[in-house]
Structures are given as structure tokens and as C-alpha cells.
Design a binder for this molecule. Structure first.
Ligand SMILES: Nc1ncnc2c1ncn2[C@@H]1O[C@H](COP(=O)(O)OP(=O)(O)OP(=O)(O)O)[C@@H](O)[C@H]1O
Length: 733
């Protein structure tokens, strides 16, 4: 895997009038503090260290380009706002569609004060080839979140997704990709305050790590998840830019950027295949509402407003879920064998006819004998078409058999006659008797309520014990009153797809995929049968009884057995000491996975505090107070069962707290997080309450330790573990 791109020495172009001129040399000190203006060898040029702001000064010139670009963006927006579509639209439907497109464009062209218009610059050695799209004229490109051009149409900022921007993420000293200079910009409060250069073809320049990347990673995490477009790393970029045709599956330790990469991949695909995906649609699937709230602003910040976000439960919401399953029942219902059980149940009504059908037309009677009806039904049953499609085809097939007889008798019936025969009462009745309508929810209801029916459909697939385990204790009377579980809803979705094909989207991102059952993978997979998917997950964080053991298998259930499996191992969230502590659990919970490394420079604060039995809550409150004295967000993570007690204690102590997914702000920084909802979230400081209770909250020890692993890997800056009961031995060791 490629190393992080190093930063070069500060730039002071030899020719001040030419920003692309060769730089003056200076030695860089990789250990220098970026904020220390006294350090003359600092690779990061900041507003303080730069020369006074005149136009010979590179920083001043970059700011001038920023001001000009913002003004150009304002003009582009004004132009979009002034568009008058009355003359060009033929009808109101067209007008509506066009106006919506214009409104989207106006929204996308907003100049957001705290979102820098560009974050990088590439100076190409030669003009990129003419077939490389935008801005082929110049050889210097500013890279930003969106394309901005001036009044003449000349590009001022290039979209980060354009091919010409790619070297910003991928070029290296080994492979400079024709780039002489890569410049990264630093912003403070919306103002351009620093830049950092790498001269990729200069052998004399020392390799250093990027301080701007470091400060981006280290920044406090208050607020929702942000995009990483300015600092996408080469190994991440490869996934982000992988083609729309292929499915990619990313295994990655906590904080390696899986979610970020998945969201940026959607943005990239929408740029590269806008029309196709506008037609087919894109979807991001996440584990729960809190998580979706946490990530919901990333795509809009990248200008993509129309990506649907849902949980798997949302996708399969055909019935109201009010019941729960035992872990055993849920595991069996989620097993891939259930697909065949459901298929048999849906098709159980198909009945081979024992009588023929007689159609009366005028004075004549036409008879199709039973053996011929059987042949027709048999042929439909053997074809790989949906149950509902076959049900629609059957009357036409029978009518066709009637027409063949009419023709043989010298008549010349046309299509209208065939339609009329297909719609005639005897044909409709015969078709319905052979191929009765199937209602997905009713079919599954019968399967789970009627022991004989289940036995018939599950024969050779489920053992009698397994059948007994999934059957409802009390048979339900109707679809509305049944106490459907989440796993039942997935079965109904499977049945619905057996009846009518589920429409496919163009691309689906599936996050925290390790927790899905095979049947849930199928439910997601049928929503991208003709599209592709990005599957993101971490085997070590699987906390369902049916959690994924192998990505190969998961991809097969998803219907994408040829999906490419990639691994991310560089962690951007969890500091070194904290990840090392959490990784003590790995040999037990996912023996084949290597621990993540941490890109963060600070080792992180790790405190493990043992307290007496009656002191636990006070010690936890004290840890929260101590964390609140630091900058950034705080997450108090505890076993679900301990949440109500802790909430009361926090309230009594005057410590206001948020629910997971609620946006943290400078005023409200403490969130009380049930361990079951911690997945995917992060906080600057995390306090983990009583690990033994987190472990005990799960049905088995491995799942419990995995849940704990998730809780221990949410911290960006510091982790405090407070316990009264002994720690799990893997941690204590
Ligand atoms: N290239 C990057 N530059 C800056 N920050 C990054 C980069 N990649 C990831 N991050 C940050 O690291 C943090 C973790 O990223 P993310 O949540 O995507 O990781 P994950 O692999 O999905 O974690 P988990 O397994 O815990 O769900 C986020 O704050 C994200 O913005």
C-alpha cells in the first residue's frame, strides 16, 4: 500500500510574476511546529510566516485567486437564477423538471463560507492531453469541491473528481504523473491562511509528512461527519475512483475511513456517470438512524443532494415490525436456505390442471385439453421468470392455444381476439386455478403459522427443530395483527421479490455490512442487480449472531461473487495507544485480522481506572467532567442496560447530554451512547463505562467482546475506561 504523500519545503517562486516558476530551494524540518512563525525552515507557509500581503507574495496571490473564484461562482449562480425557462419548455411537466434541475444547480452553486472553494493546486509539467477533459489549456489547476469558471468559460477551480485532479491524490515521487508541484492549502475560519508544497520531481527535496493532513486529522470532532475531500489518501482514492461496473468490498479496521471512502465513491460515481445514475438512483445503507443522521451532511457538502439513505429495515418495511426473535430464530430466518423455503411457499399454490378449458366465441366452442394446459403451466414453471410475470403470461398462453385451434379451423383471428380470449371468464378462471395470485405477506404469515405448510416448504432444507424454532408460538390471524420481527420483514421482502422483480438502483453503498444476515444481503443485493455496490465493513466489529465470517461469502449472498475485496489498515481516528489497547481483543474476536496502525501523531490519552463497587457512577461522572474540560465532543458509552441509570445520574449532576446522532455543538458536547448504537460514530474523548457490563449485554462472549471493541475504538483523542467489575482477561493482560 502506498505511503502517505510527503510534504516538501516552502515555496517561494523564483519569478514572482509566474506562479508556476521553479521554486527556490530551502531545507525542510519535518519536526517543525506549523504554528510557530519563528521557524524559518517550516514546510508549511502560514499567514504569519509569509511575507506581508502584497501581490508578489504567493499567499497573497492565492488569496486573490480565491477572491476571483468566489466572485466567478457568484456570477455563475446569478446566471442560473436569471434563467427564464418560459420560452423553452413545451409543457408544465417539462417546466417542472427543468426548474428542479435549475434549483438544484443554484443550490449546488452556493458559496459556503466555511467550505473552502479550493484546497489544492497542481502545476503540471506539460499541458494534460486534450482528451483529459476540463481545463486542457492551462497547466495549473486549482482543485476544489466543484467546478468554477470565469466569464470566458476558463476553469478557475476544477472539480476534485475530474481526471485532471487525480494526481492531487495519487501522484508521488516515484510516480509524479507529470506534476511538478502539488500545493495544499490550509484554511482558518474560511480564510486561506497557509499552504504546503511538494515538488515531486525535485530529487533534492526531502520527504516529510503533510502537516495540513495531520491538522485535519487532529481537528476536534464537534458537529456531524465532514467530507475528507482535501486529504483523501492514495489507497482510499483507488477505491473512491474505481469504476461503476465493479463491486468493491472494503475490509477495514475502525477509523480507516471506510464510511468516508464509501460516501466519496458515490459522489465520484455521480460525477462520472451523472445521467445514468440520475435515472437509476443511488442509495446509502447504514446500520441505524443515529448513524444516518451523523453522515447525512457529507454528500450535500460535496454538492450531491439526491442520494437516498436508509437502513436495511427501511428497505424491507412491507409490514409493521413489532416483535422480536430469539437469537436462534433470527439466525435461522436470516440463513440463506430460507430463500428456497420462501420460493417454495410462494409457488406452493401452482396446481396442475385436471380439466381442460372451453371458450365460447359466437356459435363455436373451443376446447384446450388438460394435458395441453399442463404443458403450458409446466413450461412457465420451469422458466426463470417471476411468479407474478408468469401469472400474467398464463392467460395469454392459453388464449394462444385457442387461437391456434381457430386458425386450424380456417379462421383468421388477430391480436384483439387473443386479448379478448385471454380476458374471457373461463380462461381467467382456469389461469387463476392453476396459478393463483400470491400475496407476499400472507405467504410468509402462513409459513410461520402453519406447521404443516412450513414442513412442506422446508423439507430437506430445515430440520424439524429449526422449523419449530422459527414458527410463531401463537399463529397470527392477519397481516396487520401479526407481531412481525425484523427478520420476518426480510422474508416478506424475499417473497415480494419472488412475485415481482425488485427494481434495481445504479449503485448501493452498504456500510457496517458485517452485521447483515445472508437474507439481508440478498435484500440489498436485489436492489442493485443491474448496478454495482460498495460494501464496507469490519469482521471484528460484527455483533449479530449471524455476523459475516468471510467477505467472499457475503458477496455471494449479495449476488456479486466477483466483487473485489480491498483492505484498509491505516487508521485516521483512533490514536496509537488506544488502538493498541483495543487490539488486545483481536486474537479472540477476529484472529485473522491484523491490528490497524494509527496515522495520528499523538499517542492519545489512555486511562484505565479501577474503582470500588459503589463508586462506579461517580467515577464515570468525574471522567466526563474531566473530558468536558478538553476541547471537542465527548461520548459516554455504556451497556444498554446501564443507560437509564446513567442518564439519571448525569441529570442529577447537572450534566446535559445528547442522544447518539444528535448534532454536537460547542454548547452541547456530551452524548450518552448505548453500546448497541456506537458503531460508526466517533468522539474526541470517550468514556467507556464498565466493560464487563458491555460484554454481558450480548448473548455470547465473542459478540460481547466485539461490542466492547467497537466501544473502545470511537475515540479520536482520548479514552477513559472506568470499571468496578474485573476487566475481560484479554484487556487486563
Ligand atoms: N484521508 C483522510 N483524511 C482526513 N480524515 C480522514 C481520512 N480518512 C478518514 N478520515 C477520518 O477518520 C475518521 C474515521 O473515518 P470513518 O468513520 O470513515 O472510518 P470507518 O473505517 O468507517 O470507521 P468504523 O469502522 O469505526 O465505522 C473520520 O473522522 C474521517 O473523517
Amino acid at each position: 500500500m502506498p505511503a502517505p504523500e510527503p510534504a516538501g519545503p516552502p515555496t517561494a517562486p523564483a519569478d514572482p510574476a509566474d506562479p508556476t516558476a521553479a521554486p527556490a530551494e530551502s531545507a525542510a524540518d519535518p519536526t517543525a511546529d506549523p504554528t510557530d512563525p519563528a521557524d524559518p525552515t517550516d514546510p508549511l507557509v502560514t499567514a504569519e510566516t509569509a511575507a506581508p500581503p502584497d501581490h508578489d507574495d504567493p499567499l497573497a496571490r492565492e488569496r486573490a485567486h480565491l477572491a476571483a473564484s468566489r466572485s466567478a461562482l457568484r456570477d455563475m449562480r446569478a446566471e442560473a437564477e436569471a434563467l427564464d425557462i418560459r420560452d423553452v419548455t413545451a409543457n408544465w411537466v417539462n417546466a417542472e423538471v427543468l426548474q428542479r434541475q435549475i434549483d438544484d444547480r443554484i443550490a449546488a452553486l452556493a458559496d459556503l463560507a466555511h467550505t473552502p472553494l479550493f484546497f489544492g493546486r497542481l502545476d503540471y509539467l506539460h499541458a494534460p492531453a486534450a482528451d483529459q477533459a476540463e481545463g486542457t489549456e492551462g497547466e495549473q489547476f486549482y482543485i476544489g469541491r466543484r467546478h468554477v469558471h470565469d466569464a470566458e468559460g476558463e476553469p478557475m477551480v476544477i472539480d476534485w473528481r475530474a481526471p485532471v485532479s487525480q494526481p492531487f491524490y495519487r501522484a508521488s515521487r516515484k510516480e509524479p504523473m507529470d506534476v511538478g508541484l502539488r500545493r495544499r492549502f490550509g484554511y482558518t475560519g474560511g480564510g486561506l491562511t497557509a499552504y504546503e508544497d511538494e515538488h515531486l520531481t525535485d530529487p533534492a527535496e526531502a520527504e516529510t509528512s503533510s502537516k495540513l493532513l495531520q491538522s485535519e486529522i487532529e481537528r476536534p470532532r464537534v458537529g456531524p461527519m465532514r467530507d475528507i475531500v482535501a486529504t483523501i489518501q492514495p489507497e482510499q482514492d483507488e477505491i473512491v475512483r474505481s469504476g461503476i461496473g465493479g463491486t468493491v468490498c472494503v475490509q477495514g479496521a475502525p477509523g480507516t475511513g471506510k464510511t468516508a471512502v464509501g460516501l466519496h465513491r458515490v459522489a465520484f460515481l455521480l460525477y462520472a456517470h451523472r445521467e445514468r445514475l440520475a435515472r437509476t438512483g443511488t442509495l446509502v445503507v447504514g446500520p441505524n438512524r443515529s448513524f444516518l443522521q451523523y453522515i447525512e451532511q457529507v454528500l450535500p457538502a460535496l454538492g450531491e443532494l439526491h442520494v437516498k439513505q436508509a437502513t436495511v429495515d427501511d428497505l424491507v418495511a412491507h409490514v409493521e415490525v413489532r416483535g422480536t426473535d430469539s437469537p436462534l430464530a433470527a439466525r435461522i430466518k436470516g440463513d440463506a436456505r430460507m430463500a428456497e423455503v420462501v420460493r417454495r411457499a410462494v409457488r406452493s399454490g401452482i396446481t396442475m390442471p385436471s380439466e381442460g378449458v372451453v371458450v365460447v366465441r359466437g356459435s363455436r366452442r373451443w376446447r384446450v385439453p388438460s394435458y395441453e394446459l399442463q404443458e403450458i403451466a409446466q413450461e412457465l414453471a420451469e422458466r426463470d421468470i417471476r411468479y407474478g410475470a408468469a401469472a400474467e403470461a398464463l392467460p395469454q398462453r392459453i388464449a394462444h392455444a385457442v387461437l391456434v385451434r381457430m386458425e386450424a379451423a380456417g379462421e383468421a383471428p388477430d391480436d384483439r381476439v387473443q386479448d379478448a380470449v385471454a380476458r374471457s371468464q373461463p380462461v381467467k378462471a382456469a389461469a387463476k386455478a392453476i396459478w393463483p395470485p400470491a400475496d407476499p405477506a400472507k405467504t410468509v404469515l402462513r409459513l410461520l403459522s402453519d406447521a404443516d405448510f412450513l414442513a412442506e416448504c422446508a423439507e430437506g432444507l430445515l430440520t424439524p427443530e429449526e422449523q419449530a424454532a422459527i414458527r410463531w408460538e401463537k399463529p397470527a390471524r392477519g397481516v396487520k395483527s401479526a407481531r412481525w420481527s425484523a427478520a420476518d420483514a426480510v422474508l416478506v421482502d424475499e417473497a415480494a421479490d419472488q412475485v415481482h422483480r425488485t427494481p434495481s438502483l445504479g449503485h448501493v453503498v452498504l456500510d457496517e455490512a458485517q452485521d447483515l444476515s445472508p437474507m439481508q444481503y440478498r435484500a440489498v443485493g436485489r436492489r442493485c442487480t443491474t448496478g454495482s455496490a460498495t460494501v464496507l465493513g469490519d469482521i471484528a466489529q460484527g455483533t449479530t449472531p449471524w455476523a459475516t465470517g468471510s467477505w467472499q461469502e457475503a458477496l455471494a449472498h449479495l449476488g456479486k461473487p466477483d466483487g473485489r475485496i480491498e483492505e484498509l489498515t491505516r487508521g485516521f481516528r483512533v490514536p496509537r495507544e488506544v488502538i493498541a489497547y483495543a487490539s488486545r481483543l483481536l486474537p479472540r474476536i477476529a484472529p485473522r485480522l491484523a491490528p490497524a496502525t494509527s496515522v495520528r501523531e499523538s499517542a492519545g490519552d489512555l486511562v484505565v481506572r479501577a474503582v470500588g463497587e459503589g463508586e462506579l457512577t461517580d467515577a464515570v461522572l468525574a471522567a466526563c467532567r474531566a473530558s468536558l474540560r478538553r476541547e471537542g465532543s465527548i461520548g459516554l458509552i455504556a451497556a444498554d442496560a446501564r443507560i437509564p441509570g446513567l442518564r439519571q445520574a448525569l441529570e442529577a449532576a447537572g450534566l446535559a447530554c445528547l442522544e447518539p446522532g444528535e448534532e454536537t455543538s460547542e454548547e452541547s458536547r456530551l452524548t450518552l451512547v448505548p453500546a448497541s448504537l456506537a458503531k460508526g460514530l466517533e468522539y474526541d474523548y470517550v468514556v467507556v463505562d464498565e466493560p464487563a457490563a458491555v460484554v454481558a449485554g450480548e448473548p455470547d462472549a465473542r459478540t460481547g467482546l466485539r461490542r466492547l471493541y467497537v466501544a473502545l475504538t470511537r475515540a479520536v483523542s482520548g479514552l477513559t475506561v472506568v470499571h468496578a467489575s474485573p476487566l475481560p482477561e484479554e484487556l487486563a493482560g
